[in-house]
Write a protein that binds this ligand. Structure first.
Ligand code: SF4
Ligand code: SF4
Length: 92
């Protein structure tokens, strides 16, 4: 069954029709989330919890938009399948 996710990859802190504020939050990152597609069940919780709404819907899993991902690790913490691991920038 096809799923419809309404999360929009847009920018920091806005779910309005117009982007209110766009910050280069990706430059804050010292770690990045890496998604294991084989473990991902496409539940969408990582996209729901991501504070900057930068998880991009790839139709069968989600991937972070690294231009905005600030490396907070909330997606990895909330993922019920432990499909996301945080890796240092040097390792990724
Ligand atoms: S929370 Fe985990 S299992 Fe759910 S879509 Fe995100 S990566 Fe996949
Ligand atoms: S680490 Fe995860 S929750 Fe945090 S900004 Fe990046 S994608 Fe969003």
């Amino acid at each position: 069954m096809a799923r419809e996710f309404r999360f929009r990859e847009e920018a920091g802190w806005s779910h309005a029709d117009e982007v209110l504020l766009c910050l280069d939050t990706g430059s804050w990152r010292i770690e990045r989330p890496v998604v294991d597609e084989d473990r991902c069940t496409y539940c969408g919780l990582c996209a729901l919890y991501c504070p900057v709404q930068c998880m991009v819907n790839k139709e069968n899993h989600f991937e972070p938009n690294l231009a905005f991902c600030k490396g907070c690790g909330i997606c990895a913490y909330e993922c019920p399948r432990k499909a996301i691991t945080m890796q240092t920038q040097e390792d990724s």
